[in-house]
Design a protein around this ligand. Structure first.
Ligand code: HEM
Length: 526
């Protein structure tokens, strides 16, 4: 059997990237949600919001760790499987990825320690500041990788040089033109909105699950209220962003737009826009489809009768495949529409106090998060497969970018290894997330007790923050395994514990209140 090294390398990259792309969009989406909830806590001083913030922080931290671990793999893959491509884009990607590490990753991971472990060690304002920095850091890191990806789609601010060892490479001539290449801004906004939609539907799914199970209902209702508004704003903005994206694709990558729309022949009249269909490469037409006549012409040219350029106007070797971009593009749009309907419907029912009785809708919300993951992955597939046969649009073909020394058997072997390892990681991730979600938010009454004990230290602001960071550095990574309550003091006599150290629990947590009573306290909260 003949194994194609280019196809296998592409599949391997797709596998590792799509697995990686499960995590960062969620951390970006949850980052903003955590900022909103913690701001509500600062504003109202209600420990109920602190309980919510603690819950989301733990889920955020798990996903952050998974995102870092799976992201590193891809950087190595550039070198192993895509050596020619790496040489070609090294200057461009080098500066963007180094900027990501310096500006974003350090910001995000530095403040993450305070976010996760600093609840009882810095003032609420300082903690809120750290949460904002972590959310900002995760947004920033997506900026640099999106710059790199956008540059591949619409290269700018470079010239091509031949290096001493005979390889061609792109060299940056204008850093800002490279960063703000023609598709960067629209793509960035679109990617962010995809992350916000995922964050909103993730929270919505957990809230709906608790409603169905009649658990943590006060937490669930507040979560659903916030995330429905978050989902509605993001999904509606996505519609506008998607339109600008498609406009930019029409100008910058007409072959990709033709593939998205299964537009094989230019023809002489208006070009239809398909809602769905089945493109047939042999007959060069879309079968079993539903189309609005002239609509693509209207969106691209503002005129129902002017034809949009089809694939027939391009040389055969420059055309992308049609089936995958067409289906993934239409799936993404269909899901985008579904998110708008689901979130607006939820808000209307909420307004008339009818939402929580609709069990069918709660079930849709529980599974809606899978739709949000799918839309993000589908969008990425559409954008990247639609760019083919180029790895750098118009400059370097994908088949010319692979490493010369790697064999198909080696790629297949490493792909199987990734498959096994990632399946294992996936199971672990699901189990850890499930344990956290089943455990629910911390009980509000416990938080009140903790805060009462900690009140004196919570006013020391920046000084306290510096002390915490110093402490963490001094004690090393072992201290990171401590819970948010901090370490047990060595002297366990409550009287002898200094004010700045959290005092030990006098009784085991479970004995503080009988389970029913605890739930009642939660229920009584807004
Ligand atoms: C509502 C209608 C939508 C439209 C019209 C639309 C349009 C587009 C277009 C034209 C592209 C290709 C951009 C390119 O190749 O340069 C794209 C890519 C993408 N879309 Fe959408 N989209 C929509 C909804 C969504 C939704 C709901 C999500 C996720 C929740 C999403 C996530 C993505 C992602 C992740 C990409 C890949 C971005 C990249 O890295 O290039 N889109 N979208």
């Amino acid at each position: 059997m003949h194994l194609d090294v280019v196809l296998l390398s592409r599949l391997q990259f797709a596998l590792t990237l799509m697995f990686h792309y499960i995590f960062p969009p969620l951390t970006i989406g949850l980052g903003l949600l955590m900022v909103i909830i913690e701001w509500l806590w600062l504003k109202t001083k209600d420990p109920f919001y602190k309980s919510m913030a603690l819950f989301w922080t733990k889920l955020f931290a798990i996903n952050f760790a998974m995102g870092v671990a799976t992201g590193l793999v891809m950087e190595f893959q550039f070198g192993t499987n895509w050596a020619i491509y790496s040489r070609f884009v090294g200057d461009i990607f080098g500066s963007a990825l180094a900027s990501e590490a310096i500006f974003a990753f350090f910001l995000e991971s530095g403040f993450l320690a305070v976010l996760v472990f600093g609840w009882d060690r810095v003032s609420p304002k300082m903690h809120f500041f750290s949460t904002c920095m972590v959310a900002l850091g995760s947004l920033f890191s997506s900026v640099w990788i999106t710059i790199a990806n956008s540059w591949q789609q619409t290269p700018a601010g470079y010239h091509i040089v031949k290096s001493a060892n005979g390889f061609w490479r792109a060299e940056v001539t204008d850093f800002w033109a490279m960063c703000f290449n023609p598709s960067m801004v629209h793509r960035m906004l679109h990617v962010w909105l995809g992350c916000f939609i995922l964050g909103a539907f993730f929270a919505l799914s957990i809230g709906a699950l608790y409603i169905l199970k009649k658990q943590h209902t006060a937490f669930a209702k507040k979560t659903i209220e916030i995330s429905l508004a978050y989902a509605a704003i993001s999904s509606l903005s996505m519609l506008a962003s998607g339109h600008f994206q498609a406009d930019a694709v029409a100008v910058n990558q007409p072959t990709k737009l033709a593939a998205f729309e299964g537009h094989y022949k230019t023809g002489s009249g208006g070009t239809p826009l398909y809602a769905f269909g089945w493109p047939d490469d042999k007959e060069e037409k879309v079968k079993f489809g539903l189309a609005v006549p002239g609509m693509l012409s209207m969106l691209v040219h503002g005129n129902f009768n002017q034809p949009v350029t089809g694939l027939d106007k391009f040389a055969e070797e420059d055309r992308p495949p049609v089936f995958i971009p067409f289906q993934t593009y239409h799936l993404m749009i269909a899901l985008g529409m579904a998110f708008i309907v689901l979130s607006l419907l939820g808000l209307v029912l909420l307004k008339f106090n009818l939402l929580y009785q609709q069990r069918w809708l709660m079930w849709l919300y529980v599974f809606g998060v899978l739709g949000a993951y799918t839309a993000n992955e589908a969008g990425w597939i559409a954008a990247e497969v639609g760019r083919q046969p180029w790895v750098v649009y118009g400059l370097l073909r994908t088949k010319d970018g692979v490493s010369h020394s790697v064999t198909a058997e080696q790629v297949l072997g490493s792909m199987i290894m990734f498959g096994i390892l990632y399946s294992f990681l996936f199971v672990v991730w699901v189990m850890v997330m499930n344990t956290r979600i089943q455990a629910g938010p911390p009980v509000v009454a416990d938080i009140v007790k903790e805060d009462e004990k900690l009140a004196p230290i919570s006013k020391k602001g920046v000084g306290q923050f510096m002390a915490v960071v110093g402490n963490l550095l001094q004690r090393g990574p072992a201290s990171l395994s401590e819970t948010w309550r901090g370490p047990e003091p060595t002297n366990t006599s409550p009287e002898s514990v200094p004010e700045s150290v959290p005092k030990p629990e006098l009784e085991p947590e479970k004995e503080l209140k009988p389970e029913k009573e605890k739930e009642q306290i939660e229920e009584d909260q807004p």
